[in-house]
Write a protein that binds this ligand. Structure first.
Ligand SMILES: C[S@@+](CC[C@H](N)C(=O)[O-])C[C@H]1O[C@@H](n2cnc3c(N)ncnc32)[C@H](O)[C@@H]1O
Ligand SMILES: [Zn+2]
Length: 369
């Protein structure tokens, strides 16, 4: 087979030359490696140098890049698993070349996670993580990390697939990336609270074609109840941009204040904060000194996340301006006007023209032209 050597962070490893057609799931490439996910891996390496769990499972390793980087760059004991023999061979070769810095297992991931516990568990599947979250929750002592690349089902573009996988009803709105993240987080929360455990999001973001969650797991029914209290619905007007939120397992029927249409529930989903701002600030500082290939993009992401408000949805003010048939002014001007009126307002990492604010829609409309 034809291999190429790759470096991420300060870790060298080999991957098979990838199928240039980028079919999904990759057809002709025996072991998967996606260089476009380097920022996703950099984010986890950066976070783990801060959290320092006692051990880490790269549950779906492929080439092993993620776990190899965690072992070398964070100095944490690592196990890398995959069920494909070709992947396990490559992980072993890559591990040997680095001085056998990791343990390697060859199992179906649900079997492995049902039998062993790890301080931090990382799920990085093709597409949906839904079939693996329950076992991952039982395996993870303190931290659970999840990637989902099935953004079409999560954001409502493939509605039935979203309902089957996440038992939630998304809606394809102009804030679809945020709906995707919150539907996934809501699903993971429901898998966690049944074990009388709680969830604290630490570092979560949506980017390009994927959602990435880094979560702290808490013990006890009280933590589970606090977590469950942040599950609910965004109530979206089907006729205008108006939305509200309602916490609870069932959506409260309500009508739009502006056009009296019945508001449609999106969810159940996570309504709470998606980041721990103190951790983000610590990561921002730490990132400067680390050899991360995506450093410029990652620090830009952290800068936006640090100031992003914890509201459960955002507005795309260019979309609103278009519907209002006005030409939009600059982002800084909109934010300054909102804060001058006494409202909170921030940029959002989901979209360059996205705004988070606690201002009513009518106020937002009045300041965007
Ligand atoms: C998207 S790739 C992982 C990419 C890798 N973590 C990285 O950062 O490059 C998903 C991997 O999960 C493995 N996989 C899929 N289902 C699995 C299962 N049930 N048990 C174990 N491994 C599985 C596949 O063989 C594949 O190598
Ligand atoms: Zn309305």
């Amino acid at each position: 087979m034809d291999y190429s050597e790759v470096t991420e962070g300060n870790t060298h490893f080999f991957v098979p030359r990838q199928d240039p057609c980028h079919t999904f799931p990759p057809a002709s490439t025996p072991v998967f490696y996606n260089p476009r996910m380097e920022l996703n891996r950099d984010a986890t390496v950066l976070l783990l140098t801060h959290l320092r769990p006692s051990d880490y499972l790269d549950a779906m390793g492929a080439s092993g890049v993620r776990g190899l980087r965690v072992a070398r760059e964070c100095g944490i004991p690592v196990t890398i698993n995959d069920r494909e023999p070709g992947a396990v061979d490559l992980i072993r070769q890559n591990a040997a070349a680095l001085g056998d810095v990791v343990a390697v297992t060859h199992q179906d991931v649900n079997v492995l996670m049902s039998g062993r516990s790890f301080d931090a568990v990382d799920l990085d599947p093709f597409g949906s993580p839904a079939p693996f979250v329950d076992a991952a929750v039982r395996s993870a002592r303190r931290y659970l990390f999840v990637t989902a690349t099935d953004t079409a089902p999560l954001c409502g573009a493939h509605l039935k697939a979203g309902m089957r996988r996440y038992f939630a009803r998304p809606m394809n709105t102009e804030y679809h990336g945020e709906v995707a993240l919150r539907i996934l987080l809501g699903f993971v929360v429901r898998e966690v609270v049944k074990y009388d455990r709680g969830v604290e999001p630490v570092f979560c973001f949506a980017r390009e074609h994927y959602v990435r969650l880094h979560l702290r797991l808490l013990r006890g029914a009280a933590a589970a109840d606090r977590t469950l209290a942040r599950i609910g619905y965004i109530m979206q007007c089907p006729g205008c941009f108006e939305r509200t939120e309602t916490a609870g397992l069932l959506p409260e029927p309500c009508r739009c204040d502006r056009c009296d249409a019945a508001m449609a529930p999106i969810g159940p989903l996570w309504l709470g904060a998606i980041n721990d701002h103190a951790t983000l600030a610590a990561l921002r500082e730490r990132a400067e000194a680390m050899p991360l290939g995506s450093k410029v993009r990652l620090t830009r992401l952290l800068d936006v996340l640090v100031q992003e408000l914890d509201t459960s949805s955002h507005y795309d003010y260019h979309v609103i301006a278009k519907a209002e048939k006005v030409s939009p002014t600059g982002m800084e001007t909109v934010l300054t006007r909102l804060t001058a009126l006494g409202y909170r307002a921030s940029r959002t990492h989901y979209a360059g023209t996205g705004i988070k604010t606690d201002a009513p829609l009518a106020v937002l409309k009045s300041v965007i032209r």
